[in-house]
Design a binder for this molecule. Structure first.
Ligand code: NAP
Length: 549
């Protein structure tokens, strides 16, 4: 890579620098290149995959059907690839992305082991200069941040981690070589989706496994299975229809229910009899229970409606967990189902019936400190551990961006600009940061949709913006502050009309001390998102953006 010895007037090294080689970054590289843009991808890891590269903890698995959680842009790819399971494990998702990278010859434009530390916009030259951790500098007209929605790992503010003499790992940066848990005393801090996947997988291996839980989450059986051949061929035969539906559904990108294409229901909970409701919950529970969220249209807006689902799931938990005291601890008391990210489970609740698994309530007796040989609770109770696993999540949506020193017009830093809350237009651009785009980021449908599909739409949208700039002889683009304000307001209004703000969740930014309380993703559905994004292109022109010639 060349050193930064060019004169300011020289052409930039690249048209586009993409940061991150996960689902979105690979898609971006493919499409930008196909559109004649000179593009390089900078990737911190030694391979492609993003989330699926870093999250190698045992049990990591996608909880959207693999036939959907995959690229839609090439029928050839989606017909050719064969998923071994209905919900694929991390190694299979990673294998898929490696296969796509090879199939589309993407690796030749990816710089691996290259972590970006800063990106500075030069207002005169209208270009970005980025600096990597090993001191190299590159320039480009556009910078596309595909750094991942859940990539900035969060360590809890508990004193003493450095003191621990056993093995210490974060699930979001699981060692490539793995961790030997055989016969060892293992502690897991956290009770989110990651812990829910990890625990049943490692429990049989460990000597003793202790889960330190502060807040229980609602968990839903996944009913995973080897991919039924007939199902796969049926889906492949109607892929265009499925992909069309995916772009029209309100909520997450789940349309395959009971092996049928089905949109979330609009029927209200109390429009049907109690028996009918129970039948609907049971049917969805037996298929993939996460789909139970789509049973009725008012589960997230009407507390009484939601209470019927709460009652249903509470009964399920009590029927699985043998010890009534443990079952009570596992039942969330302070948030209704689906107001925090639901967890897909495959033996999590049942794992607490094992002799070698225990649950410790650290809401009533918090972790005071990590010690050399384990951890100590505030009551003084000590837990000796050989391995301590922090399954404590991420600084979602913004963390991947604000941990990089990004400076836009007049040297303004993105981190400072977002100190009292993220501000974007469509979750794709931010005023004051010209020619920088975000993929699958804060204030886009991201967490409430299917990331590969959202990235697909956003990449094409950026291509259209760049075409428009070129067609009008413009050098730079950023959203108007009015458009941005309207978008931020809309994102917040939408979530405030739901039950979601009731919960202290990472969805609301509540997991990171000091982070402004603000929903991290757009909850209005991908259909509405797309409608608004299209409206920003008015009769072929870009209405909600400022173009600089
Ligand atoms: P998470 O949901 O943010 O959970 C973090 C956990 O750490 C919470 O239980 C939290 O407790 C706990 N915690 C934090 N600080 C603590 C402290 N000082 N003491 C005790 N507990 C503490 O993180 P995650 O489980 O890694 O999941 C993050 C997201 O990644 C998921 O919601 C999901 O979107 C995604 N994910 C997806 C899949 C999948 O689709 N298959 C799998 C895994 C993860 P509190 O709740 O009390 O704060």
């Amino acid at each position: 890579m060349p050193a930064d010895t060019r004169s300011p007037g020289a052409a930039p090294d690249h048209d586009v620098i993409v940061v991150g080689a996960g689902f979105a970054g690979l898609n971006a590289l493919h499409h930008f290149r196909a559109n004649g843009l000179r593009c390089v991808v900078l990737e911190a890891g030694s391979g492609v995959g993003g989330t699926w590269y870093w999250n190698r903890y045992p049990g990591a698995r996608v909880d959207i059907e693999s036939l959907e959680y995959s690229y839609a842009f090439s029928d050839e790819l989606q017909q050719e690839w064969t998923w071994p399971e209905r919900y694929s494990e991390q190694p299979d998702v990673l294998r898929y992305l490696e296969w796509v990278a090879d199939r589309l010859d993407l690796r030749r434009d990816i710089e691996f082991d290259t972590r970006l530390i800063s990106a500075i916009f030069d207002e005169q030259a209208k270009r970005w200069t980025v600096t990597t951790a090993d001191g190299r500098r590159l320039t480009a007209r556009f910078c596309v941040m595909a750094v991942g929605f859940l990539s900035a790992t969060h360590w809890p503010d508990i004193p003493g981690f450095a003191r621990f003499e056993g093995e210490l790992v974060h699930t979001g940066a699981w060692p490539q070589a793995g961790v030997d848990l055989t016969g060892r005393r293992v502690g897991v801090i956290g009770a989110g989706a990651t812990t829910v996947q990890l625990v049943p997988r490692i429990a049989p291996q460990t000597g003793h496994l202790t889960v330190f839980q502060r807040t229980p989450n609602w968990c839903f059986p996944m009913n995973n299975m080897p991919m039924p051949a007939e199902y796969e061929s049926r889906v492949k035969a109607i892929y265009p229809q499925i992909r069309r539906h995916e772009h029209e559904v309100r909520g997450a990108g789940v349309v395959l229910v009971g092996f049928e294409v089905r949109l979330p229901s609009d029927t209200k909970v109390f429009d049907v009899s109690a028996e009918e409701r129970e039948r609907e919950y049971e049917a969805r529970w037996a298929d993939c229970a996460l789909h139970v969220g789509g049973s009725f249209g008012d589960l997230l807006t009407d507390q009484d409606a939601n209470d019927t689902l709460r009652d249903f799931i509470e009964r399920k938990i009590r029927s699985i967990v043998d010890d009534p005291g443990v079952a009570e601890l596992l039942i969330p008391k302070n948030h209704p189902p689906f107001t925090r990210r639901p967890c897909g489970e495959a033996g999590y609740y049942a794992a607490f019936n094992r002799e070698n698994v225990s649950l410790v309530d650290v809401a009533t007796d918090p972790i005071a400190e990590i010690t050399a040989h384990g951890l100590r609770l505030e009551s003084g109770e000590e837990h000796e551990l050989d391995v301590l696993i922090s399954a404590t999540g991420f600084d979602a949506g913004t963390g991947g961006l604000t941990r990089i020193d990004i400076r836009g017009r007049a040297g303004a830093s993105l981190k400072d600009a977002w100190a009292s809350g993220a501000r974007t237009h469509l979750g794709m651009m931010s005023s004051g940061f010209p020619n920088m785009f975000f993929l699958n980021a804060v204030q886009s449908p991201s967490a409430f949709f299917s990331p590969p599909l959202l990235g697909d739409y956003q990449v094409r949208y950026i291509v259209r913006i760049i075409d428009q700039l070129d067609a009008t002889g413009s050098a730079a683009i950023e959203p108007t502050s009015d458009a941005e304000e309207a978008w931020v307001g809309h994102v917040n209004d939408v979530v405030n009309a739901t039950l979601l703000p009731q919960a202290n969740s990472w969805w609301m930014g509540a997991n990171i001390p000091g982070k402004p309380r603000q929903v991290v993703a757009y909850a209005g559905g991908f259909g509405e998102y797309r409608r608004r994004a299209e409206a920003a292109f008015d009769e072929g022109g870009l209405r909600e953006f400022v173009l600089v010639r």
